[in-house]
Design a protein around this ligand. Structure first.
Ligand code: MN3
Length: 256
């Protein structure tokens, strides 16, 4: 999850390629090709994660065209913007994403928008699974949902309400708080609960994109229908794993 590792890997790869093909490269662009190669890869620490399923895997909840456009164009544009920003924002070159988000108020607005988008969409693709393959919450997650909301149905109702009432563009979240409990919140635009600019902070374990680009082709203005259908493609195994990790982290933090 850190930006450092891919950057270093790319640097090492670029240097190795420059060394291996130096003679060839310098014959086409004398004296500069090797260095340019290294600089290019060093400036691209972010990449678009591939979708872990086909574009049409989430039908009928989400249509294939929406998934393709959303992933390649919307998320892709954020990744490109981040790579354009990275040379002038040191935190983007060597900071872990969650740590950068926690100090986002001190960074240029483009970081808030585009690193937020990159984090949010990366989580969104991961917490969905092909229709029929979403499984069920782990025992630990199911118990926490009952403890903190009363029932699974009540949690879904609260989450759906948060998603439906987020004015304009934004996200709904199920988070683990610093106390290790579950809570529901929503954020505008590409903000998320890891950022130091939001009211309710915590570690997201489930997130729903309610920007119109996430549903408008199929659902038009009917955001509520999209939200209701989306529960069919939640990847509960992934949400459960993220819940376990977030609870462990909250517990470790409370012992410091
Ligand atoms: Mn989106």
């Amino acid at each position: 999850m850190t930006a450092l590792r891919p950057a270093l890997l790319a640097l090492a790869l670029g240097a190795a390629l420059a060394a291996a093909f130096g003679a060839t490269a310098s014959s086409s662009a004398p004296g500069t090709a090797g260095a340019t190669d290294v600089a290019d890869v060093a400036q691209a620490p972010y990449s678009l994660p591939p979708l872990p399923y086909a574009h049409d895997a989430l039908l009928p909840a989400i249509d294939a065209e929406t998934m393709k456009l959303h992933h390649e164009r919307h998320h892709g544009a954020a990744v490109k913007a981040l790579n354009d920003l990275a040379p002038t924002v040191p935190a983007l070159q060597d900071g872990a994403i969650d740590a950068v988000l926690a100090t986002v108020s001190t960074l240029p607005a483009g970081v808030r928008n585009n690193l937020g988008s990159h984090y949010n969409h990366s989580l969104f693709w991961a917490v969905m699974a092909p229709t029929g393959q979403g499984g069920a919450p782990s025992e630990a997650l199911a118990a926490a949902i009952t403890r903190d909301f009363g029932s699974m149905a009540a949690m879904k109702q609260q989450f759906s309400q948060a998603a439906a009432t987020r004015f304009g563009s934004g996200w709904a979240w199920l988070i683990v708080t610093a106390e290790g409990t579950l809570a529901i919140t929503s954020t505008p635009n590409q903000d998320n609960p890891l950022m130091d600019v939001v009211d309710v902070r915590g570690t997201p374990v489930l997130g729903l994109d309610v920007w119109e680009h996430a549903y408008y082709l199929k659902y038009r203005n009917l955001r509520g229908d999209y939200i209701a259908a989306w529960w069919d493609v939640v990847n509960w195994a992934e949400v459960s794993a993220r819940f376990d990790a977030a609870v462990d982290a909250a517990s470790a933090d409370s012992k410091r």
